[in-house]
Design a binder for this molecule. Structure first.
Ligand SMILES: [Ca+2]
Length: 442
């Protein structure tokens, strides 16, 4: 048997085991279910990590996960701002379905509906210990807190770190443990290190059962800060210091998992909720708040030596809506059948070099406005009826990742087809969804 066939057979067995919900763990001496650590940064851009080409920010720990795991080059968030991106991530559904289409703040009295199921709830029902460490942003009133939506443990700021009136020069945002405020205004310089310590503590406490930690850093969202020992370390200024501190934390978490013998059966994922405000989108056009690639294409790296072969670079499109179905399947659970789930299981992309999935339309919303639609390499901006984008524009992302040459006049039939896909999708959605327009995200 040739080495190639052996490798193929090995990969087939990896995928078969993963799909069965028992990723290669049957071969381990103490088989148990996968643990999940999902690290989400706030406003970290596509160009803000060294493994994505940052010339100034040094992120050796995330780079190492990418080198020994999988790095996606075409990973999108379902919204270019915090609240809807996080709603989509945690439910596997476009935010328009849960109504969380705008950025929430301390003055808002709404939040995630009881009817939604979060990754936390789904994994908790499968016997997982669950924690949210960091930013929630799906409602700060008691009935909306993470502790009421599938997370056994909560430590963090319930919304963005710039929200609330200023007190002593700091935004008056609360730091909470469980449902209690333990510090206000939250001292932000040490936040990333404290989130890291809380994550490590939770992992140690729950090492004997399957766990899910959603570590949602508040950094590097404005106002950026870093503790004294990280300040001045990065060539990327204070912003770079904040990102390098997050990267340091990734290394601490990996070390902990290694010491506990959990490295092989813990899937670590690292991503961002939307494109950069202060940072860099690399060569991409646009930034946070926009549906150009710079606003929606984000880093996504995953590492799990027992599941993912080293060194995969995946160029296939995938999205943060895919995380919900992927984790539920890997945990051996079933997706809810009483509601549309917009994401899909991407285990194959995570585990098989060169794998692909059939192309599937992806929709880019700002608030209730569907502003762009993508199928495969074609992305159509539907027009905002303002000066920024007065008419639809068509881009071939395979040839033109910068969205610089509008091809709508050359390919009118593609424009028509994508418009029809957009119209059909919107007509099936709850009230309020519409095509185009430029609503403010607040
Ligand atoms: Ca954000």
């Amino acid at each position: 048997m040739s080495a190639l066939i052996t490798r193929r057979a090995f990969l087939r067995s990896v995928v078969a085991a993963a799909v069965a919900g028992h990723p290669v763990l049957a071969a381990d001496r103490h088989p148990r279910r996968l643990n999940f650590v999902l690290i989400n940064c706030d406003d970290l851009g596509y160009g803000d990590l060294s493994c994505y080409g940052s010339p100034t920010i040094h992120t050796p720990n995330v780079d190492s996960l990418a080198a020994k795991g999988v790095r996606f080059t075409d990973f999108d968030t379902c919204a270019p701002v915090c609240t809807p991106s996080r709603a989509g991530l945690l439910t596997g559904r476009y935010a328009i379905r849960s109504g969380l289409t705008r950025i929430l703040g301390p003055v808002n009295t709404t939040g995630i509906p009881e009817s939604e199921q979060t990754i936390g709830e789904a994994l908790k029902s499968l016997g997982y210990a669950t924690a949210l460490i960091g930013k929630w942003h799906l409602g700060h009133l008691p009935q909306f807190l993470p502790t009421r939506h599938g997370f056994d443990y909560y430590y963090g700021i319930p919304y963005s770190n710039n929200m609330g009136d200023r007190v002593d020069g700091r935004p008056n945002c609360p730091l909470m443990r469980g449902e209690q405020i333990i510090e206000q205004p939250a001292i932000q310089e040490t936040l990333t290190e404290r989130y890291t310590a809380e994550t490590i503590g939770f992992i140690k406490q729950n090492k004997d059962k399957p766990f899910f930690v959603y570590l949602a850093h508040n950094m590097p969202h404005n106002p950026v800060s870093a503790s004294e020992r990280f300040r001045g370390r990065s060539k990327g200024g204070l912003y770079g210091d904040a990102v390098e501190c997050i990267d340091w934390g990734v290394g601490q978490i990996v070390n902990t998992l290694r010491e506990l013998g959990l490295e092989r059966n813990t899937l670590i994922m690292f991503t961002s909720d939307n494109g950069p405000n202060l940072g860099s989108a690399g060569i991409l056009r646009g930034k946070k708040g926009q549906v150009f690639e710079g606003g929606v294409r984000v880093p996504f790296v995953a590492y799990c030596p027992g599941l993912i072969p080293a060194g995969i670079v995946c160029h296939q499109p995938a999205t943060n809506l895919d995380i919900f179905p992927t984790l539920i399947r890997l945990a051996g659970g079933k997706l809810p059948s009483d509601r549309p789930i917009d994401g899909r299981d991407i285990t194959k992309l995570l585990t098989v070099p060169g794998a692909s999935l059939p192309s599937k339309p992806f929709f880019y919303f700002v608030t209730n406005a569907l502003q762009a639609v993508r199928v495969g390499k074609w992305k159509l901006h539907l027009g905002r009826e303002d000066r920024l984008l007065p008419k639809p524009e068509l881009y071939n992302l395979q040839l033109d990742i910068r969205e610089s040459v509008d091809r709508s006049d050359e390919y009118p039939h593609i424009v028509t087809e994508l418009k029809q896909i957009a119209q059909r999708f919107v007509s099936d959605l709850p009230g309020g969804a519409h095509i185009g327009g430029s609503d403010a995200p607040f």
